[in-house]
Structure formats: C-alpha cells, structure tokens
Design a binder for this molecule. Structure first.
Ligand SMILES: [Zn+2]
Length: 285
C-alpha cells in the first residue's frame, strides 16, 4: 500500500517587483513610493487561485506592504492563510547590524499583528540572508517573539546559501525552529528544488519530480516559495539592469501561472505553522 501523501508548505513572499534584492542597485528605497504598485492585485489573484483549489498557504509579508495595504493583510487572514513576516523593508539580514535587524523584524511583527489581530510566528529573511556570518539573527528572532524561520537555503549561490546546513527543519540554540527551503540531494550536492527563478527556468516535469522525490525518498514535506510579481506578465520593466539580473527576473514569467495551477493540483499543500510547529523535530546546533 502507498504511504499517505505528505502535506507540503506553500509559501508566498509578499513584496512588489521593485523591491527584489537584485534590483536594489538600480532602484533606490526612497523611490519605492513613486513606483506603480502591483502587489495588491497580484496577491488578490493568488488568493482567488488558492480559494478555487481549497488550498491554504503561508504569506511572508513585508511590513512596508502591510502598512500601505492593510485590507490585503486582512484578506490573507480571512482566507484562512497564515500571515508571517518578511521583515519591514526588505534589507538583507546580512547587511544589517544586530540592532538594525532587531528593529526591522520587531517593527514588521508589530505592524502585521496590529492589522490582523493574529500572532505572527514565522519569519523569512529577504533573499535567504541568514547564514554562517550572521547566525546571531536567530537569537534576535527569538527575542522578538518569532517561533520559526525559513531563511536558510542550503545551496551554493552567488547571492545567498549555506550549503552545509541541514536540509530539513531543525531547532537552533535560541529555540527557534529553522525550516530551510527545499533542496534535492544528488551525489554530494544540494540542488535548489523549492521555487523562485529555478521553478520558472526548469521544465515543470523536472520540478515535480524533485518535489516528489523529497516526499517519497526523504519522507519529508517540501517547502515551495514564489512571489506575487512572478505571475505578473504586465509588470513595468525595470530599465538599465544587467543581463543576468534581467534573465533571472523575467525568464518564463508567462509560464508561471499555469505551472502554479499544475503544482496546486499535483501535490497536497498547507500552511507552515500547521505542518511544522507542533511536529517533533531533531535537535541540532
Ligand atoms: Zn523577498
């Protein structure tokens, strides 16, 4: 008899197209308020898609977005989804001092909780920016009242990654549960298998195979992530960016929505807190 299907975690990093870290050299933070905002309508489309599939998810939401679109935060919560934090201003944790990081994650949590009336337990660092150089971030998260984080990508990448960290959920010394986004172990390498640009770049059948393998071979829930701007074929193009950044941001955007629909149908999905928070996990350093 087949083992029952695992529930995987569906996660959305709620930010707008002009806030992605790769655009930071081209778009100043003080220009954000002058840009056309697309996040509200894009998250609205995602919420409709999830409702049609009776699927609930975790929305790691920027404090900056929540302040400007409080009704969007309420729609997320009213839809039965988990509201979690992506920090306030989308600065990489690795570029902040401990005090600055503490201000950012505390401010975001307070804004999200004030608007939603719900406790915010989860945090995801912008661009998976917790790694060997700033493990103190977990102490800060614990002090700020977060119970889990999904901020480490156990791969090698030019902008982020901690390839030697555990691939599955583990308790860090501060007591926070770190739930790394999903990788596939092949030989002695971890391959990214959890969404983002890789999901748009690779054929869908390969992404599906990798996630199935994590479910069936590792017997672990996968963590998948994407961004509202990834389903937005009409987002304003950012001019003057280098070729690599342009490719990574825009590759296969028109294919994203149909692929997401397939993904929702092919796997069972749920919220991070419901999958992980009450489950016993292996303690690690
Ligand atoms: Zn982000």
């Amino acid at each position: 008899m087949l083992a029952p299907a695992l529930t995987n975690a569906l996660t959305i990093d709620v930010e707008d197209y002009f806030q992605v870290s790769a655009f930071a050299p081209y778009i100043r933070r003080d220009e954000w308020d002058t840009r056309e905002c697309r996040v509200e309508r894009n998250v609205g489309r995602i919420l409709d898609m999830l409702a049609a599939q009776h699927t609930r998810a975790t929305f790691f939401t920027l404090g900056w977005v929540a302040e400007r679109y409080p009704q969007l935060v309420r729609r997320i919560v009213d839809g039965g989804h988990e509201l979690a934090s992506h920090g306030y201003g989308h600065q990489r944790a690795s570029e902040l001092s401990e005090a600055e990081f503490s201000d950012d994650v505390t401010r975001a949590k307070r804004i999200l909780e004030d608007i939603s009336g719900k406790a915010v337990l989860g945090y995801r660092a912008p661009s998976f920016s917790i790694g060997t150089s700033n493990l103190w971030a977990f102490d800060v998260l614990a002090r700020a009242g977060y119970r889990y984080s999904s901020s480490i990508y156990p791969i090698k990448h030019d902008h982020y990654g901690m390839p030697d960290s555990p691939r599955f959920a583990y308790r860090v010394s501060s007591g926070v549960l770190e739930i790394p986004v999903t990788t596939l172990r092949l030989g002695n390498r971890n391959l990214p298998s959890s969404g983002g640009g890789y999901f748009r770049l690779l054929p869908y059948a390969l992404s599906r195979w990798m996630l199935r393998r994590v479910n069936q071979h590792d017997r672990e829930s996968a963590i998948f992530y994407f961004h509202p701007w990834e389903i937005d074929t009409e987002q304003p193009r950012v001019a003057g960016i280098d070729a690599k950044t342009r490719f990574r941001h825009y590759v296969n955007i028109p294919r994203m929505e149909p692929r997401l629909r397939a993904l929702l149908a092919d796997f069972r999905w749920g919220r991070m807190d419901e999958i992980f928070l009450d489950r016993a996990v292996v303690a690690a350093a």
